[in-house]
Design a protein around this ligand. Structure first.
Ligand SMILES: CC(C)(COP(=O)(O)OP(=O)(O)OC[C@H]1O[C@@H](n2cnc3c(N)ncnc32)[C@H](O)[C@@H]1OP(=O)(O)O)[C@@H](O)C(=O)NCCC(=O)NCCS
Length: 184
């Protein structure tokens, strides 16, 4: 694994980060609340998945499905009457997968105070063909220092995801071989 952006390979030219960067905005209403009266985390997560999905589809030029969502962080409660902005961009690309980074900001819908960050998340999308099988994606081409930092951080997360998955599989295989996890 390298720590530099991949060069375009084969017949798929690279695409700059800015080409698919997207913001989805939504005013929170009474139907978005939880039992405490603030906005339900699941409502925010859906907006995050929607924005990230749009970015993944735009970058890959076709259908893309959510493979994982991790590090969903809620920093501040979101309230009814907040105008929420969900900003998403492709941080990193592999062969068929893309990591999309998302920042969630909120401001009062009728006030001119600046928006504050209320959450963030990282999602992995896989581009799929008509049969739902993974297909190759254009390499993302980070253009700014911030994009390059995000690319490098995404590679660290990718390495950790793969290592964690491998370690858990090895543990499960070992326990299964020892007959420790038989259905009871
Ligand atoms: C995501 C999916 C297409 C992966 O299919 P697969 O047969 O396992 O294919 P692969 O193992 O080749 O994985 C494809 C890519 O996704 C990545 N990937 C797969 N599962 C992943 C996970 N849980 N986390 C992070 N990345 C993942 C792989 O690393 C690979 O990346 P690369 O090609 O850039 O190296 C498949 O599991 C799927 O269709 N899942 C359901 C998706 C869906 O319906 N989402 C909406 C949920 S309601």
């Amino acid at each position: 694994m390298t720590d530099q952006p991949q060069l375009p390979e084969g017949d798929i030219p690279g695409k700059p980060t800015a080409a698919s960067r997207t913001t989805l905005s939504h005013i929170m209403t009474g139907s978005d609340t939880n039992l405490l009266g603030t906005v339900h985390g699941g409502v925010i997560m859906k907006l995050v998945d929607d924005a990230a999905g749009a970015v993944a589809g735009r970058h890959s030029g076709g259908p893309a499905v959510t493979a994982s969502m991790d590090e969903m962080v809620f920093l501040e409660p979101v309230r009814v009457g907040d105008l929420v902005h969900v900003k998403a961009q492709v941080n990193w690309t592999g062969r068929s997968s893309m990591e999309v980074g998302v920042r969630v900001l909120a401001e009062r819908w009728n006030e001119s105070t600046p928006a504050t960050q209320v959450g963030s998340a990282y999602l992995v999308f896989a581009a799929v063909d008509a049969d739902g099988k993974p297909r190759r994606v254009p390499p993302v081409v980070p253009e700014t220092e911030r994009d390059r930092r995000r690319y490098q951080e995404a590679q660290i997360r990718r390495t950790h995801r793969l290592a964690r998955r491998r370690a858990i599989k090895e543990l499960r295989d070992k326990r299964a071989a020892e007959g420790l996890d038989a259905e009871g």
